[in-house]
Ligand binder design. Structure first.
Ligand code: 0L1
Ligand code: MG
Length: 258
């Protein structure tokens, strides 16, 4: 029988040592349910080190990205306190394996969400929205994986920056999204890339959290998904994400150890 906890330890150690691992799928034919068990064990190791759960993120919410990575379903990962980076703060490239940044929309949950009693009322479920940057960092060689691999690796979750919270507008559909590096446009897109409309991320998160036993609590963050492709962070600079009508969020990247 596959030792799922041992697989979680491999991925956790890869993140700690910043040395990429071979894909689990090279040796194991994990079901999606087993991959989420590995993810839970990975997150438990973080919680055992004193981190706290602060929310969830969705991955592959863009059809184009799912196709690019050769996968076919939306996935959910878990965010912990150590992944948080303050708006405008600095990260060190050496703290990651091969990080990328992507511009996102973040929601804050107004209440505990029970998947069994979910009514689909997003305006009641969410009390604020903000522009965000996600740092993704696959713990696998060459940033390559299948669906079970990336779920086990906590959907490549590595960091996040949240901009100013503001009340949820009636619509978030089809707003411009830009990712800039050192003031130059690196990628632009639209919130429509996030499941057609980022508000759909709330129901998707409730469905996946219910299926894979992930709590959704009042005050939790929900990173809804990316509005453009991710950009590799390979050198020092300033990264910013802008979502039209929501504002901008920034991250400084340094190649010198802190
Ligand atoms: O947040 C995301 O959409 C990333 C999900 C995992 C896939 C990747 O690492 O690109
Ligand atoms: Mg993302």
């Amino acid at each position: 029988m596959t030792d799922l906890t041992a697989l979680a330890t491999r991925l956790d150690d890869a993140a700690r040592d910043r040395v990429p691992e071979p894909q689990l799928s090279a040796e194991h034919d994990l079901s999606l349910a087993q991959a989420y068990e590995v993810q839970h064990a990975l997150v438990t190791r973080r919680l055992d080190r004193g981190e706290t759960r602060v929310g969830v993120k969705l991955g592959f919410t863009s059809r184009a990205k799912a196709a690019q990575m050769g996968v076919s379903d939306v996935i959910i990962g878990q965010l912990t306190s150590r992944m948080r980076v303050d708006d405008g703060a600095e990260i060190w490239l050496g703290g990651y394996v091969h990080p990328r940044a992507e511009p996102e929309v973040a929601f804050r949950l107004a209440r505990d969400l029970d998947p069994h009693g979910w009514t689909g009322n997003v305006a009641e479920a969410v009390d604020a929205v903000a522009p965000a940057l996600e740092i993704i960092d696959s713990r696998y060689r060459d940033f390559r994986f299948n669906l079970a691999d990336v779920v086990a690796d906590n959907t490549s979750a590595a960091g996040f920056v949240i901009g100013a919270w503001q009340p949820l507008p009636a619509s978030l559909d089809n707003r411009g999204v830009a990712l800039e590096i050192d003031g130059r446009l690196a990628e632009n897109g639209s919130t429509a890339a996030i499941l057609g409309d980022p508000l759909r991320a709330v129901s998707a998160a409730v469905r996946l959290a219910g299926t894979y036993d992930i709590p959704l609590r009042a005050g939790d963050l929900l990173l809804a998904g990316a509005g453009t492709p991710a950009v590799a962070l390979a050198s020092a600079g300033t990264v910013s994400a802008t979502v039209s009508g929501l504002g901008r969020v920034r991250l400084r990247v340094t190649s010198a150890p802190r």
